[in-house]
Design a protein around this ligand. Sequence first.
Ligand SMILES: Cc1cc2nc3c(=O)[nH]c(=O)nc-3n(C[C@H](O)[C@H](O)[C@H](O)COP(=O)(O)OP(=O)(O)OC[C@H]3O[C@@H](n4cnc5c(N)ncnc54)[C@H](O)[C@@H]3O)c2cc1C
Length: 411
Amino acid sequence: MPTVIIVGSGLVGAATALAFHQVGIKCTLYDQVNPVEAVMDGRAIEFGASGGCVSIQAGGLRVLKTLGLLDECIEKGQPHPYLSFSKINGSSQIVADARTSNKKAGETDPKLQTPLQILRSTLHNILMRACHRVGIKTLINKKLLDIKQNSDSVTVTFVDGTEATADLLIGADGIHSATRRKVFGDNLVAKFTGEMGHIGVVNIKEHNITIKEADKASFYVDRDNKRFLAIFQASEDTAAVRVSTFDDPEVEDQSYRPVSDLPKEAGRLADLLHEWGVPDYIEKMMRNSFRISAASIYDLPDLETYRKNRVILIGDAAHGMVPNAGIGLLTGLEDVGTLLAIMLERGTAAANQARNLRVKGMAASPIFGGSLNHFIFRGVAALNNAGLFTLYTLFDCEAEVAKLIQEQESK
Ligand SMILES: Cc1cc2nc3c(=O)[nH]c(=O)nc-3n(C[C@H](O)[C@H](O)[C@H](O)COP(=O)(O)OP(=O)(O)OC[C@H]3O[C@@H](n4cnc5c(N)ncnc54)[C@H](O)[C@@H]3O)c2cc1C
């Protein structure tokens, strides 16, 4: 049975491990930090640069459904039927129906047409618990140091001096992936965009804050001063506020507040939002945040390939992107879904072929004993030698995926 090392037990790494497990492939997760301990204790996890909350569109919800986790995510998250865009003080609101865009994107299941917002820590908790339930091992304090591969296997060395060897390595180690730098090129690094800010997470129930349906995923912009604010309701009782400023080197007039000036504390950030003239309830959300994480925004140049021999990049390690479209995780979950679909179809067919061969190979006729089967097998071998039979068909991954995409598009 093939073995797989997954470096990075973030959202995409954990989802990949579950997908491999579903098709019977043994894998182990390795991470430089210890998210598992915190998750198992029920503690909230700080995700630093990646913030407080994610919105998952229909395609990502489909993958969670395939992994058997959709209902739990819906129960612990918050559907947001709308996206709204306003000026920084909440005026001139534009409301878009997110269900219509998912319908237009091709989603026919009404349950999946409404995007779901969920706290990152909650989603990670759900994924890691699912890994734990099925016995997927996660080894922690394993910071990747080096990778060596040959025609038979791939070996990873960690900073603590330990090693692991497997048939395949999945680099799910995020936008600053060490796997990518080691195997694909040292120059392939994410670039800082100049946008920096903070995300506050608040218990809205405790502070009597009500968010209107249209405002559950809402964006506020002051283009003149390069200020940005976003609100995300993440569950019945929690919401996230994200505040950013842009340090644009192309803009000569740097009279707007420079990035480095943004305070890190909830109270001082709330005072700043007051100065900006944001709606009162948003200022209150920031003031009462129980957790503030930093969010520096990076962008990764497009890679020419996500695979080199026995190493595959997945999630942000492959295609880390600026968060403006809110589809980074969605794309990572699509990677997982694509791997799973191909592995499932191909893997199930191959396994059935192998089982069939095992049964037929060992079968004996009641009258002729094992000789009959040996005779049949001789015939099969002759057909093979004459080029009329093959045990398997060549699988051209790129062509197969292109075919799947074309089939979907023509539906
Ligand atoms: C502010 C913000 C808002 C966003 N909002 C959305 C949204 O609404 N919807 C959406 O779809 N996407 C969103 N995204 C994108 C989304 O967060 C990412 O696409 C997603 O988290 C990527 O997951 P990942 O598992 O690939 O990487 P990560 O979550 O970054 O996980 C990487 C893991 O690898 C580990 N690791 C790193 N280096 C090493 C090493 N050397 N050795 C061992 N382990 C290592 C890390 O500890 C971590 O656990 C947003 C991003 C940002 C920054």
